[in-house]
Every structure is written in C-alpha cells, then in structure tokens.
Design a protein around this ligand. Structure first.
Ligand SMILES: *[C@@H]1O[C@H](CO)[C@@H](O)[C@H](O)[C@H]1NC(C)=O
Ligand SMILES: *[C@@H]1O[C@H](CO)[C@@H](O)[C@H](O)[C@H]1NC(C)=O
Ligand SMILES: *[C@@H]1O[C@H](CO)[C@@H](O)[C@H](O)[C@H]1NC(C)=O
Length: 538
C-alpha cells in the first residue's frame, strides 16, 4: 500500500514537472505560423522550421504554405537531404528525405522579440553531396548561450538533386538558391526569435565556406548578410561552368537509364537511384577529363551567369565581390583526410608522379623538386602535405592578399593547429587520429564535444572558449577582440591582416594561441608562381 501511494505521488510529481516544462516552452510567430521551441538549461531550441515548401525536383525553392492554426512542435532534428553520408561519427543526419529544407534556431534562454541579438548563420560542409543540420556536431546551443547570439543552421539540397544542369531553364544551383531562401526567411522572421536581421554573420566550413564565398560574389545575396567567416575553403577546387555541368548531368541520365536531358524521366526515379547514379557519374567524368581535383567535388554550384558570375578566386582578382568584414582561415593538415580516403594503401613513387602529372602537367618537374617522393616510403603523407599547401593554405593566402589589396574593410586570418584529444571521434577515419585533419576545428568553434560524450582537456577548453568568443565578438561588432560589456575575459589581441606583404594570423593551438606572421612563406611564394588554376573546367 505504501509503495502504491509512493508511486501515485511520484506520478503526480512527474506530471507536475512535465507541465512546468511544457508551460515554460516558448511559442514564436513566424510569417507562416507558430513554432514551439523547447527550453534546455542553456538555450531555447527550435529544430526543423520549414523555410521553404518541400522542394520539387530541379525546381526553384518556394515559400512554405501557412500551417495556421497549428503550432509546429520544433523538437526533433529534421532529415538530411538525400545522400550517401560518409562523415565521421556525429557528422551525419539520422534520416533522409527530399523534404529537407529546414533550419534550426538556438537562442539564449532570455531571448524575446526586443533582444536584438546578433545572428550567426552556419552553412555545413560535405563536398556539396553529404552532411546536414541534423548532425550532432552542428549544435549551436553553446555558442548562443555563451555569447548572447542567435545561432541558425541551414540545410540545402545536395548532389545532383541540388546542382544538376539540364539546360532549358534547369540551370543547377538549386542548393545555393535554397541557402538564399533560408537567409531570406531569417531576414523576415529572426526578429521574433530575438535576433537582429541587420546583424547577420555567415559562417561556414569546407563546402559551407565555399558557399559563404559564393554569397560574397552573388549580388542577390548581398542584402542578406553583413559579415562572413570562411573556414577551410579549398579555394583551388574548380567550379563547373554550364557546359561541363551539362556533361556531368548527361552521365546522370545515362546511369538512370533515362534519355539525355529527359527531366520527366529522371523525376520518376527514386531519390536513392539518383544518389547512386550521381556517384557513378562523378567517377566517370573523372576518368574522362582527368583532372584529379574533380574527385573531391564533382557536384556543386556552377558559375557564370547572373546568379554567380565568377568563381570566388576570379571574382576577387577582378574586384567583384562584396566588401564585408571577414575572418578567413584553414588548418595545418587539411589534405590528409582526402588523400587517405582516395588512396587506401601506400602510394609509390611512380603513383605520386602520375598524380603530379595529372595535376600539374608541364609544371610537374618543378613541383617534384619541392615535394620529393621517396621509394619505400608511404608517399600519402607527401600528397597530403601538397594538397594542404596547394588547395588550402597557399590559395587562401593568395586570395586573402588579393582581398586586402582590394581593400576589404577588415580581415582577420587564422591557422588552426590542434589535433583533438577525443578518442574515437574520427571513427573509421583512424588515419586522422592525432592529426589536424579537415574539420578538426568544428568541436572548438561549436564548443559542443561534450554533447557527444567527449571531454576537453583544460587547454582544449581554453581553445574552445577563445574561438567561440572571437567568432561571436566578430558577429557582435565586426572586431573579434571587442568583448561584450558584461564580459571581460583575457583574450589575446588578434591583429588584423592589414598589408599584403605581411601576413599576420592567429595561430590557434594548445597550450595557447598566439599571433604570428608569414606562415609557410617560401612554399606559398612557390605556389603563387605555379598558380592555382592550371586546369580549368569549361
Ligand atoms: C546559459 O546557460 C546557463 C546554464 O548552463 C544558464 O543559467 C544561463 O541563463 C544561460 N545564459 C543564456 C544567456 O542563455
Ligand atoms: C552586381 O553589382 C555590381 C555593383 O552594383 C554591378 O556592377 C554588377 O553588374 C552586378 N552584377 C550582376 C551579374 O548583376
Ligand atoms: C596570387 O596568385 C597568382 C598566380 O595564380 C599570382 O599571379 C598573384 O600575384 C598572387 N597574388 C598575390 C596577392 O599574392
């Protein structure tokens, strides 16, 4: 009897708690209907707000239909867009659907329509074929909580579904327009969530950084954001133009068993079939055109035209990009993940020379003098170093210098140089353990590794604290050093990159980060002589 009473009491208690939780949830009005966020100890989370209607294949995004009088309970992560996800643990969404145009919002617990917090919008990476905002690593609650910002993560269509070009008005870049659509939704609705639509910072990593750079080039994006952070942009990777994109999509049709450019036929295929066919098409075009760089990003935005007139590399040289405050940086071992994914066993001298020839043709000999393969050694390390320097570090230095010459208002540069201590965080990519592989910065920028059960060392905690503060200070004021008036922490002063001949950058590392100058000067001078676009895609 006593136990029963206890149980009844416990049940009543439980119900009370639930009611308290429910009543403290926050309902926010958007242009299309109400969404109910839920409170955690750190933030209010809104998962899976539709910023567009479920997309029709290879058609422009359109506004969502109003869901009045219903309230969306924004308490589960949205599905990722169709893909074969090949990311480390916590980097993949749990489910997939073509109905994938959603965004997640993280606000401080005290946010209200008068807060006017700066907005930080994150664009995820994944070579324009995988990843998604349902992945655990993109959790904005820590940034939002620590820095009084509203963090938004946005999704966009991927692969052939996001970027195929068939002509006759189907000109690709659907995924890019999805991003613009999400940014437009943010302009119109973020005020009700406590954000300031006139203070939007875009940040993105990898393909997300390429996206951010493309928004800096696209006139139709310019009113949608005010500052930008570009994390690990492989500036050297070529973007397709119309002809080359058509050619790639023709292979898609062929692998789907459809007549070329018969869009109606391809609309009848399953998303799964399309994802499989897009992979085969990517491998096929690689063999055809023999530019090994295409292996890394076969599907993606196309340039040339009103939407994105030029690649960021060309646009910056021509001075046709938006002049906005920027943070731009990369990691010390960016190439390793890609090289070890592409070559599953050791690489001989002969194989190295083959790769160099395919990449550099008449410049191969000069490159070989700088990057010397050794017989008997595993030359994957050499290739990884080359890819890091050529595709990331030095092309980033080159473009950063050009931007400074073109007088961007202010530019802060960084090199991230810390291999995280979390055991198993790389999963099957064990070759990245103890290395500063591509994406190693994410658990520090998001400060969220504890969500996945990892524990920061004390030095790592400082690094994560610092990076979150610099990023958010920049979102608040355009200056990563300018702290919130109620926070006075010790932060090393990050000197801006002011003159094209002296490269000041923040060297992010443990035990502590510091400002240095002229990272890898002589090797980058070498790459500037070779140039970054020896092979262009038509
Ligand atoms: C941050 O989280 C703590 C709990 O960890 C909470 O007490 C505090 O109110 C939160 N601050 C903001 C600005 O959301
Ligand atoms: C973009 O805007 C600039 C400056 O307003 C203008 O010169 C340029 O022609 C525009 N480009 C396109 C493709 O509309
Ligand atoms: C960038 O690289 C190109 C070669 O592709 C070179 O001509 C140019 O001088 C470099 N720019 C800067 C600012 O270093």
């Amino acid at each position: 009897m006593q136990t029963l009473l206890l149980r009844v009491w416990a049940l009543a208690f439980h119900l009370t708690i639930s009611c308290v939780l429910v009543s403290s949830n926050i309902v926010v009005q958007t242009n299309y209907g109400k969404v109910e966020g839920f409170k955690t100890d750190k933030t209010i989370l809104f998962y899976g707000i539709p910023y567009a209607a479920p997309p029709e294949r290879w058609r422009l995004p359109v506004k969502p239909r109003s869901w009045e009088p219903y309230t969306i309970h924004a308490d589960h992560l949205p599905p990722g867009c169709p893909q074969v996800c090949d990311q480390p643990p916590n980097g993949c969404p749990d489910t997939f659907s073509e109905d994938c145009l959603y965004l997640n919002i993280f606000t401080p617990v005290n946010a209200n329509p008068t807060s006017g917090f700066p907005v930080m919008v994150f664009i995820h990476g994944g070579s324009f074929v995988d990843g998604g905002i349902g992945a655990r690593i993109y959790d904005g609650r820590f940034i939002s909580n620590m820095t009084e910002t509203v963090v938004v993560t946005i999704s966009y269509r991927l692969g052939a579904l996001g970027f195929a070009v068939f002509g006759n008005g189907i000109d690709g870049n659907f995924g890019f327009m999805d991003q613009q659509f999400a940014l437009q939704f943010i302009q119109e609705n973020i005020g009700n969530f406590g954000g300031d639509p006139d203070k939007v910072t875009l940040f993105g990593q990898s393909a997300g950084a390429q996206s951010v750079s493309l928004h800096l080039v696209s006139n139709s994006s310019s009113h949608l954001f005010h500052r930008a952070i570009v994390q690990s942009n492989p500036f050297t990777l070529p973007f397709r133009k119309h002809t080359s994109a058509l050619y790639l999509s023709d292979y898609l049709a062929a692998y789907l068993g459809c007549p070329l450019r018969d869009v109606a036929c391809m609309r009848r295929c399953t998303a799964d079939d399309i994802v499989q066919a897009q992979k085969k098409a990517a491998l096929k075009i690689l063999l055809d055109l023999s530019n090994p760089l295409q292996l890394f990003e076969a599907w993606g935005p196309t340039v040339g035209g009103d939407l994105i007139p030029k690649s960021p590399m060309d646009a910056v040289r021509l001075g046709i990009f938006q002049q906005k405050p920027l943070i731009v940086g990369s990691l010390t071992e960016e190439g390793r993940l890609f090289v070890y994914k592409a070559f599953t066993s050791r690489v001989s001298v002969l194989k190295s020379v083959e790769v160099f020839l395919a990449l550099f043709r008449q410049d191969t000999y000069r490159v070989l003098l700088r990057y010397v393969p050794y017989p008997g050694a595993d030359n994957r390390n050499l290739l990884a170093r080359l890819l890091t320097d050529y595709a990331f570090t030095c092309s980033t230095r080159n473009i950063t210098r050009e931007m400074v010459k073109q007088s961007v208002p202010v530019l802060y540069s960084y090199i991230f140089d810390h291999a995280f201590s979390f055991k198993d965080a790389w999963g099957k990519f064990s070759f990245c353990r103890g290395h500063v592989c591509h994406s190693s910065d994410l658990p520090f920028v998001f400060h969220d590794a504890t969500l996945a059960g990892y524990k920061y060392t004390n030095y790592e905690l400082n690094l994560a604290d610092d990076m979150v503060k610099y990023w958010a200070n920049f979102a608040h004021s355009g200056d990563p050093n300018q702290q919130l008036s109620n926070k006075r922490d010790y932060l090393t002063k990050w000197l801006p990159y002011t003159s094209a001949d002296k490269w000041a950058y923040m060297h992010f590392k443990t035990p502590w980060s510091k400002v240095e100058t002229d990272f890898q000067e002589s090797i980058c001078d070498f790459w500037d002589q070779i140039g970054y676009e020896p092979i262009r895609l038509c």
